[in-house]
Design a protein around this ligand. Structure first.
Ligand SMILES: Cc1cc2nc3c(=O)[nH]c(=O)nc-3n(C[C@H](O)[C@H](O)[C@H](O)COP(=O)(O)OP(=O)(O)OC[C@H]3O[C@@H](n4cnc5c(N)ncnc54)[C@H](O)[C@@H]3O)c2cc1C
Length: 480
């Protein structure tokens, strides 16, 4: 018979889900003088540490470094030949700590946070039941807040034959230790593009199936165009307007056939479905507090769930911006807001949000796609700015006009755009594509978030000859 233990003392805050976001929430509420417990059903560190950001970037780094080196005279001759896939996997395994979370546990212990292993589920307002792997039940009470940080899992479409075909999701694509000869990637968003880049560099023949008209559809169109052209040059087959209607893999092993609407088909040795994410909220007791299981959780700018005064949802699960840095930003805000409310500060509830508002989520989200070439953007695209009713002008730049570009990589191909609000003469958005361009993004984020007037940006002088001189050329192009 299973045992239920009722926690006598309770905690100020109980967090469900110890991904990067949950960890940051407990760190912040502890710093705000509150007690906290955190519940984790898999590995502390979450999707990001073990099956997403970290392993994917470990797979991509050698691909991008080799590609950059091949564009430098005198160096390129030393870097022909294939990547050593086994060495890449060994390094990836080190980066993810061999899928063990001991280090994270030590850190949570060191800041005095109680860690409970098991599945967390709401039992009604401020109460959380934790079912341990052994089936023991533990009930926790939160004096001030429960914070849901349960993240997302891969969304697989309902297609005939798909479950029996054992498709890769992002988890297999980041943890596999064998290079398939032929990899079919379904989906042209960030995960599809990054994994196509990594596995192509590791030696797979990649076919990328995209339902829409191009890659990276949420960014400025020229980013996806540059990335697609480079993938094709390296041998990928990209098919746009390709909707999958079925998947066939006899007996669940051997080659897999991906059938497209219209009857065409593609064969591979593995198929990766990178077709979106869904919230991990189907079994966390949302029905006990009047919310719908399986739904994304709507929040206000302090990350408090709409219609409650004690439940928060932070990170991927609120569907605001599915990226680690943005979730951790929200965690800092939510942690401070929870602590402020717990200490009787009613300024938020009186509408004086001050620093306790995740405003960057709305119009200043930075994102780097670690493709080859890299693609990066922050703020609004031209189309989004126009839809939002701004009077704007897009200023474009061929990165070959930047002196540092050809030094960085001979024959540099890249493009930059800034979207300027003509009423206020501030930058609403910026987008870049090209080798090494990801590191340029934070300067754009500062300009967008700081609403730095164009007239002041002239005095932010980029060093010669760096890629950052893109800013100078963009300003010159704006002035005309
Ligand atoms: C392939 C890939 C690459 C990515 N690369 C990047 C990148 O380079 N940069 C970037 O910023 N973002 C990247 N992302 C996105 C990033 O992984 C997520 O934004 C981030 O992991 C979200 O953090 P989170 O804490 O909200 O959720 P998660 O990391 O998903 O963590 C949620 C945690 O909650 C636990 N949990 C769930 N339900 C329960 C429950 N009922 N009880 C107890 N525990 C529970 C889970 O086990 C998990 O540990 C990538 C995503 C993918 C798929």
């Amino acid at each position: 018979m299973t045992r239920t233990v009722e926690d006598e003392h309770g905690y100020d805050v109980v967090v469900i889900g110890a991904g990067p976001v949950g960890e940051n929430v407990v760190d912040r509420v502890r710093a705000g003088g509150l007690t906290a417990a955190i519940v984790e059903s898999e590995l502390i560190g979450g999707e990001c540490s073990y099956w997403a950001c970290m392993p994917s970037k470990a797979l991509l780094r050698p691909a991008i470094a080799r590609s950059d080196a091949r564009k430098v005279a005198g160096l390129r001759e030393s870097v022909y030949g294939p990547l050593d896939a086994m060495e890449v996997f060994t390094h990836r395994d080190d980066v993810v700590g061999h899928w063990k979370d001991d280090g994270q546990i030590d850190w949570l212990d060191s800041i005095g946070v109680r860690v409970l292993r098991g599945h967390g589920r709401l039992l009604g307002p401020r109460r959380v039941e934790v079912t341990s792997p052994e089936g023991e039940r533990h009930v926790l009470t939160a004096r001030h807040a429960v914070v849901v940080c349960t993240g997302t899992r891969a969304l697989l479409p309902e297609l005939p034959g798909l479950p029996g075909a054992h498709p890769w999701t992002s988890r297999e694509a980041t943890s596999a230790d064998r290079v398939p000869e032929r990899l079919v990637v379904v989906g042209g968003g960030v995960v599809g593009v990054e994994m196509a880049t990594a596995w192509q560099a590791l030696g797979a023949k990649v076919t990328l199936l995209v339902r829409g008209g191009g890659l990276l559809p949420r960014m400025e169109p020229f980013l996806g165009e540059h990335v697609a052209a480079a993938l094709v040059t390296r041998g990928a087959d990209i098919r746009t307007g390709a909707a999958v209607s079925a998947v066939v893999r006899d007996g669940g092993t051997g080659p897999v056939t991906v059938v497209l609407e219209g009857g065409d088909h593609v064969e591979g040795d593995e198929v990766l479905f990178a077709t979106g994410r869904r919230p991990r909220t189907e079994d966390i007791g949302l029905e006990t507090v009047g919310l719908t299981p399986g739904s994304w959780l709507d929040v206000d700018d302090s990350l408090r769930v709409t219609g409650t005064d004690w439940l928060y949802a932070v990170g991927d699960v609120n569907h605001r911006a599915l990226m680690t840095h943005q979730g951790k930003y929200q965690a800092r805000i939510a942690g401070a807001a929870i602590a402020a409310r717990a200490h009787g500060d009613d300024s938020l509830d009186a509408g004086r949000w001050g620093a306790h508002a995740a405003t960057a989520d709305h119009a200043a989200v930075p994102q780097v796609v670690f493709s080859d070439p890299e693609a990066a953007s922050v703020g609004l695209t031209l189309a989004e700015a126009e839809r939002a009713g701004h009077r704007v002008r897009a200023v474009d730049l061929d990165m070959r006009q930047v002196a540092g570009a050809d030094l960085y990589a001979q024959g540099y191909r890249g493009h930059a755009r800034m979207v300027v609000d003509l009423e206020r003469e501030v930058v609403l958005g910026a987008a870049f594509v090209g080798p090494g361009i990801g590191e340029l993004l934070h300067s754009a984020t500062v300009a967008v978030v700081g609403e730095v007037p164009i007239a002041r940006l002239w005095h932010a002088v980029p060093a010669y000859p760096t890629l950052s001189e893109a800013w100078l050329r963009l300003l010159e192009a704006y002035r005309g």
